[in-house]
Design a protein around this ligand. Sequence first.
Ligand code: BDR
Ligand code: CA
Length: 313
Amino acid sequence: PAPIVLDSDPGIDDAVALQYLLGTGLWDLKAYTSVGGNLPADATYSNARALARALRIDTDVPVHRGAGRPLSRLPYREASAFHGRAGLGEESLPDSTAPHPTESSAQALLRLSRAYEGELTVCATGPLTNVAIALLEDPGFARRVAKFVFMGGAAQVPGNFTPVAEFNIWSDPDAAEVVLSSGIPFTMVDLDASHGWLFRPADLAALEAAGPGTALAARLMRTYMQAYTRHGGDGTCPLHDPLAVGVCGDEAFVTAAEGAVIVECASELTRGQTVFVPADARRIYYSESPSLTARLRATGRVALGPGSRDFSE
Ligand code: BDR
Ligand code: CA
């Protein structure tokens, strides 16, 4: 199995993404680094520890605390309307008894990027605060990481938090811009792709029937679906964060194109918008702007829709 770090703000779909990651057998999880997002950093840290215990990894996998606040001006805005008051639906899971590591999430990311230089995959399913802090502290992080996959953004479709912004990027747009301009080899798993991976009532029934190993995931997904229904949906919900984990192993889960992504950080109206500039179009669009031309050199892979690979495979 390949070394990976999951950087996450649990969060219901974050929790399911962790269990999915462990279940693939593809990965050696070196650390579970929490970040503020769906809830403030202290709460996502507690949830991450409790999940590590519930999934019986807390004796092997250290859980780290994320930065107390985003790089951006505003504090994290809670998404408890979707994830429940404490972030994990109606669960109240006991805390892990593992010691609290002294390293922060960003410090753990940096250490592991050195220990597994050229091998480490980093999967981020929350705001990009920790990854940005690691990069600001040591820009070499960008070239030591083998692969960086994150859930966030909306290249073509509307946002889910504002008309133009997806929640993770809106939560810390400055962090996202640091990351996406750093030269890190990124794959952006955005709403364009995750809205094509819907979890339906029949999937819930299958998860519930699968036995005790998936009982927690089934309870979490049930409350997530109820939240989507309360918000005017039809009882289906997108598998945002599990999809990012899937893409770490196989990009065929999405249809991706190469290009740069610039994050709007200055505007109140369009804060957190992710502007996708396809690699082959950048000269046409922005050739008269030296600063934008320079910025567009940092390219990665951007999901423009769901792919051919299926979760059932
Ligand atoms: C993202 O927002 C969070 O609430 C989810 O966990 C996911 O990471 C989707 O926009
Ligand atoms: Ca998340």
